[in-house]
Design a protein around this ligand. Structure first.
Ligand code: SF4
Length: 348
């Protein structure tokens, strides 16, 4: 199978040319053509000789995603893609005042089994390759006629369970000759894989970390997120604290509010205690009504929870709702689409 050109960092592409007795400067030119000019085929390149074009066509592939469905609202868009092997993934664009953020999937399915997440229903089928993440950006920009400035790895999958490909992806999109999306504009959202958080901490790049915490203690978190049985809350918070200190960055604490489960005043107070001494801010996410049976708390309960955090000196926001009509929680478009395909007798 051919290597995909979007899976190559610039140094690797230079090696590719050098190994074929070509001028390595062609790698920089090709990077600009791919990521700035967004060529769709090697035959569009008129500044390389025919021999080079033929070699590229024979040895490297260019694209492998098929856009299956696009849904748009004023502030968000959801795209459903089919991968080369028939699996599907989703990508969500969110329009902010400061630019467009893209929520990228990192795996087909997910093994983490968080009970509030539709992606977790379908177990991990496989990790995505780096180019399958890069292509989500390029295809989204093309399909929505826009550009992306920030990346959040919060689509389908646990990014740190696909560590090597995710790191390669961050290196590729950070290249100034290419998409030029610096690591500081990339947020990695994790359910809490401590060994990989440690690896990330020791890396040169300075990506932002978002921790899907969702509960202030082992009892509630263990019931919501199976990973908590491997890495408990106390050790996890130590790892997050250390990451924030070394990188000198605030960690985002993601907290989905589920009515009657983790939204009490006691939970809010316990959360405040847990976060003492940690550079962070809390992103409260009132849950969308899903097919999984969870209920969104009443507005008053959400406000109370938020107020307790503020009164205890925590920085917090209640997440703006992006395209709730689009089923904007992770995995929901894909889940809904599969249901529809099944209903209409289609195939995935
Ligand atoms: S919330 Fe994230 S880690 Fe948990 S099952 Fe869903 S995709 Fe996986």
């Amino acid at each position: 199978m051919k290597n995909n050109v979007y899976s190559l960092t610039l140094p690797k592409l230079e090696d590719f040319f050098v190994a074929r007795s070509e001028n390595k400067a062609k790698a920089k030119i090709l990077y600009s053509l791919l990521y700035k000019d967004k060529i769709a085929s090697f035959s569009e390149i008129d500044i390389f000789g025919l021999r080079t074009i033929k070699m590229l066509e024979e040895e490297l592939s260019l694209d492998e995603l098929v856009l299956l469905e696009k849904r748009e609202s004023k502030d968000a868009a959801k795209l459903l893609f089919r991968l080369f092997d028939g699996n599907s993934i989703e990508t969500v664009l969110m329009r902010h005042d400061y630019g467009n953020g893209l929520c990228v999937s990192t795996q087909a399915g997910c093994n983490m089994g968080c009970v509030f997440c539709e992606s977790g229903i379908n177990k991990k089928i496989r990790n995505l390759e780096a180019h399958e993440m890069v292509l989500q950006i390029l295809y989204a920009e093309k399909a929505l006629n826009t550009s992306v400035s920030h990346i959040t790895l919060m689509g389908i999958g646990e990014p740190l369970d696909n560590y090597d490909n995710v790191m390669k992806f961050i290196d590729i999109i950070g290249c100034q000759r290419g998409l030029d999306i610096a690591a500081r504009h990339v947020t990695i959202s994790t359910c809490g894989l401590i060994p990989q958080i440690e690896m990330l901490k020791n890396r040169e790049t300075h990506s932002n970390l978002a921790l899907s915490l969702h509960a202030p203690n082992d009892e509630i978190r263990g019931a919501l997120m199976p990973i908590n049985k491997v890495y408990g809350v106390k050790k996890l918070m130590e790892a997050v604290k250390s990451y924030s200190l070394v990188k000198n960055k605030k960690t985002t604490i993601e907290y989905i509010l589920l009515s009657g489960i983790n939204d009490s005043d006691e939970c809010a107070k316990e959360l405040c205690g847990l976060l003492n001494g940690i550079k962070c801010y809390v992103n409260l996410i009132p849950c969308n009504e899903t097919s999984l049976g969870f209920k969104r708390p009443e507005k008053e309960r959400i406000d109370n929870f938020y107020r307790i955090l503020l009164d205890n000196g925590k920085r917090a926001t209640i997440r703006r709702e992006f395209g709730s009509g689009l089923k904007a929680a992770c995995g929901q478009l894909r889940g809904g689409f599969i249901d529809k395909l099944k209903y209409s007798g289609g195939e995935q």
